[in-house]
Each structure stands twice: as structure tokens, then as C-alpha cells.
Ligand binder design. Sequence first.
Ligand code: GLA
Length: 743
Amino acid sequence: MKLKTIALAVLIAAAVLPAQARKAKKFTHETVAIPAVEARVIAVETAGTQLLLQVDSRGEVRTVHYGAPVGDPAQFTDFFTGFNHNFGAPNAYPTVGGRFNGQEALHVEYPDGSQNTELYLTGSEVSSREGIVTTTLHMKDYVTALEVDLVYDAHQAEDVIAMHSVIRNPGKKPVRLRNFASASLNLAADSFELTHFYGGWATEMQIDRELLTHDTKVLESRRGTQNTQGNNPSFVLSLGHPFSETDGATIAGALAWSGNFRISFELDQSDRLNIVSGISPFASHYPLAAGKSFTTPEMIYTWSADGAGGASRNLHRWARKWGVWNGGQVNPTLLNSWEGAYFNFTTETLLRMIDDAADMGLEMFVLDDGWFGMQHPRNSDNAGLGDWELNTRKIPEGIDYVASYAHSKGLKFGIWIEPEMVNPDSNLAQAHPDWVVQSPGREIYQSRNQWILDLSNPAVQDFVFGVFDRTVSLSPNIDYIKWDCNRRVMSFGSPYLGAEQDRFYVEYIQGLYSVCERMRAKYPKLIVQCCSAGGSRVDYGALRYFNEVWPSDNSDAISRTRIQWGTSLIYPACVMAAHVSAVPNHQTGNVTPLKFRFDVAASGRLGMELQPKALSAEERALADRCISSYKGYRELVFGGDLYRLASPYDGDFYALMYVSPDKRRAVVFCYCLRFQNCSIATHPFLLQGLDPALSYKVTEQNVDSSCWWGDGRSFTGAFLAGGGFNPAFEKANTSAVFVLEAQ
Ligand code: GLA
């Protein structure tokens, strides 16, 4: 071929071939060398558990054990993990790339379009502080230089290991994180029974249970906000046996993240379970700029040989110390205005409710929704959200007047806000249309007549913090804020993020947390409740900043037994606000005795949410007694160890008890939920957690006449565990509360 013809052929090829092909690298079979490392086992240990990470000579790291301590970790150095090699073996943080075909924790798209990452250990270190030993594994992909740190915080006394990862892009161009989980845990057992949560508004934290079979089970939320309304980023896993409160290897896990989450359980060809947990990558292929790192939220794990009861107690102990703002602190009993007054009140209404709350011995009054909005008054849920100025037509004297009145009566004072939201019918919506979550040209869907503010926008974060700050500044006598969030994201979109919508779901929650950081820096002592149309934001991400949650808008004591039982699997009673409300119940129409309502609410942070004027003199007297006896045992509810004795999901009876750490005091709550057979008007509740050798005096609470023959007598811990209580329950919705004191 002549030179001219060749040149023409090259030109034509250049014009016809796609751009990528023209730029394609020259492929060789050369590979990047992986430096050899010393094969060893890294042990992450707590007082009662061991997580063992086996490092091979290539620097690949695998989880070989999580459970009871097995002694010298070196025994596992050459341990054959039994992975099916057709499938590949997941490492401690599986990636898309390499020989593994299972579900990944990390999936990165690089600037050249490649998507493989293979992580090898480059080093590790251990540090400790206040009972936490932190092991950090430094991992690297030698081809792309991407770095990942796997961080394991081992909480010694609580037997909790909190895991997260830090993903660093040391390159010169951005990469895209298509999946960026917090942690992966690989487990071997004969069977895996998963207990997880489902529900909806007013039916949060219901129990679902299933034996995991091969392939993948996913717990996921894509709601943006209100991520725990339908399910919860947490679970209990029974290893090799069915769910048991008292026996058998059991793992509980919870992700500390209030946004979209994904926890997936893949039972693979090797019969091993790989649990990958973290932020959901749904619509979030997150861009990681050159030189930047991304820190994933913590996945909190505990293991116990004592069934779900043991696992819950570990989590609760951890939560009171590390997972909840001022966890374990005894928070005041209260009267909340919502179900008693809704939007219809004046100063006079509030002052009389404060009088009644003080008379009944309650310790705080909380003014709920409806106090704000002048041009767009908040007289229903149609208007006013966003306009956080006092409605002087309802309270002309001002919030300080009402708060000071409460203080003059010996009560603390709290107030409601919902700072992330805006009604279209508000000044805020008109002034800042670009602050509303929306997608250009599409309908901005309303839910509860409101829109959602774009917390990924720093200006909105400032506004939301300002709402909080200005509300607290309404009076020096504000002790408590109820922070609500009454809708989820729909048709998502951030005007602020422009073309980078993949950042929206992640940065909304990061924006929320940054507001919470400011809130806590300025107001460390304020009690702040995390409410989200009830229990739609019940997670350990939020609880780092909040003192308590409102587990459900459903205040019916019957419904609450199930909601509170479910919540207690993962979250401690100190965060569980529980209110006595009117009958027929406003959500369900059910009618239950006042004593039953008190006895259910008293197993959490007790409150009332009704119009006290509607109570009869007899009911008021019972309320006084219940509130005063609660004050006598509530430190057990806030700080004791929980033992669930009978589940409302399993039968006609429900019971639970809290025991002081020194086992000298306990409080027992027993309930009859259905009464079907008058010849069986009693049910033995076998107590747990007591010292068998101690003698306990039993005193029934909240009653006129006792329903147990043993009231006022003393029994050994051994008797109470073996013979137990058998109160005479002769009707559905009857209940009994007993305090036990060692003699
Ligand atoms: C939500 C909350 C309720 C109450 C109302 C007020 O539904 O969960 O407790 O505060 O908002 O609008």
C-alpha cells in the first residue's frame, strides 16, 4: 500500500471509531505487584466476645469468627474457612472486583470507567480510650491507590463492636461510590433466623421473623426522611436455633444512620452468611472528590450466648453510655398538650392544663403543635409550618409567660417544632421557593399538606438551626424541645445541588446532623425528643443527639405493648416516651382501663397526653398514685437491665422487668391482653435476672386491692425464677406492677 493510502485509511478509521476505542490504552499482561505481608490473625475483643480477622500473605482479610472468645487468635492463622471457591471468599469488606461474586460492601467507579477494587492490608493499629479499644485496618487497592480504613471500636464492658469504614480517594480525579457500606460481617452457623421490623404510621416496630434461606434478604428504606416508619435499620439474628429470649448465640445489629439504609443478608454457596450494612446506594452514586474521604456511619453489633435478652441488654448498656444523648438520665414525667387540646387552645387552656399537671404530680408541661403562624396561622395542619413566630391571637402574653407560669408551679416547660418542613401556605414557602425539595418541572407532592426543606443546602441548615435557637430563646424557662418530622421525601431533588443530585440523600442527613451538632454545642442540657409522626426516626444516628423518641403516634396501650416490645429489642427504655391518653383511644377507638394505660406507659418514660379536666375524681386519684409510685421505681426503668418475660406477639400475656445492676431492686410489669378462659385466670411469669440467694420483698404498685397473693411478702430470687408470679387476671387489659427489694 502506498503511504498516501495508509494515511487515508488511518484518517477514515479515526473518524469512524468511537472516541473510547481511539483513546484505548495499550493492553499488556503486566500486573501491579502486591507486596507480601505476614499471615496473621487480628483479634478485635470485648470482655465476652471475639471478632477474628484472618490476614493471608497477600494481605487479604477475612472474618473467621465472631462470637464467644476462643482463646489464642493465632490458632486461626491457617484455619480453612471452607469458602466455595466457585463463588469466591468475601473479605472483611468485600468489593466489586477480584475473584468474589457475592454482594459487595464497596463498589467504586474510577475516572477511566473501570469498576474493580481489590483491597489488601497495608497496616493496622490499635488505640484505646475510656473502655473502647479501636482497631484500624488500613487497606489499599494497588492499581487505583484507593484507600479504605476499616475501623472496629470494641466497647469492652458492653460487648459491643461498632464498625465503620473510611474511603479515601488519593487520586487526582473524582471517583464515584456506587456502594459504600459501613461494614460486612461473615458468619458460619447451622441456621440463621432473622428477626426484623416492619410497620407503618401508628404500627411501628412490629416483629417479622424468618429462617434465612439461600440468596439474599434485604432490609431497605428509600424514604429519605422518616426512614424507620416502615422498617428499622436493625435486627436480631439467632444462630443455629430459633429465636429465644434466654438461650443461644444471638447477634443484634443496628445502623447509626437516619437516612436511606440497606442491610442485606446473603446466604451463599458456602452456607455462610454475609451481612452488608450501610447507607442505601439508591439514587446515591456518591461523588468522592480527589483528595477527599468519606466516613460511613457506624454499624453497631453485639453478640450474646443468652439469646435476644442478652443481646438487647448489651445494646441497652452501650446505648445508655455511648449511643444516646445523656443516655440513662432520668427525664421528667410530663403532660403533652396534643391529644388533649390539638390546635385549639388559648393561654387559659394551657395554664389550666399546667395546674392539673402540677396537681397530679407531673414534672413538665409540653406545648405541642399550633402555637405559631400569624399571617398563616397554624390552626390545622394546612398552614403555618415555616413561620415560627408566636400566634399572639392564641397566646398574647407570650411563650415566656406560659413557661414561667409552669416553672412557678414547679414544672419544667417544653415546646414543639418541626423545623425541616414548610406548608405551601406560609411566608417561608413564598420567600424561599428554592429551599423546597423538588425536581424541576414536576409536581411538588404534598404530604400532610406540607413540603420538605432541602437540608443539603447550607442556607437551609442555618435556617433550621435558627428555628431551634430562636424557639429556645423565647424564654429562659424552656427545658425541652420536641423536634418533629412529619413527612418523607417524594420526587426528590435539590435546587442547591444542581447537576449533582446523587449527593442529595446523603447530604440531607449530613446536613441534619450538622444542625444537631450545633444544637448540642449550644444546648447540651436541653432535653430534646426525636419525633417523626411517631416513630419514623428511631435510630442510633439520631439518638447521638436526642434524649428520647416518640415511638408511635399510636397511644393505645394495647397497640403500645407490641410497639414497645419491638422497640425494646434494640433501643433502651430510657428513650421510650410513653403517654397515657384518653379513651376511646384517638387512633384505634379501643377502650382500656386507666390503670392498664398507666401500667403500659410506666414501663418507659411516663407521660400523659389528654385533657385532665375530662378525668373523674376517682381517675385523678389513681393517676396521682401511679405517678408517685413511678417516681419510686423509675430509675430501674431508665438504668436497669431489661428482661422480657412474655411476648405480646406470642400469647395472651405480656410481661417484662427491669433489674438494678446490683440485683437488689427490680420492677416487674405483667399484663393480660386477652382473656379467653375463666378457668385459667392466672399465668405464671418466671422472673429473670435476680440473685437466687437473695430474699426480695414484693410490693404491688398502683392498686386498691392486690391481684397477687404474694403482695407484701418476701421470696427468694430462686422461688421467683422457678415459681414466679401468677397474678389473678380476670379480664382482658388488666395488669399489675410489682417492686422487688432485697431484704
Ligand atoms: C406528629 C407527632 C404528634 C404531634 C403532631 C402535631 O404527628 O407525632 O405527636 O406532635 O405531629 O402536629
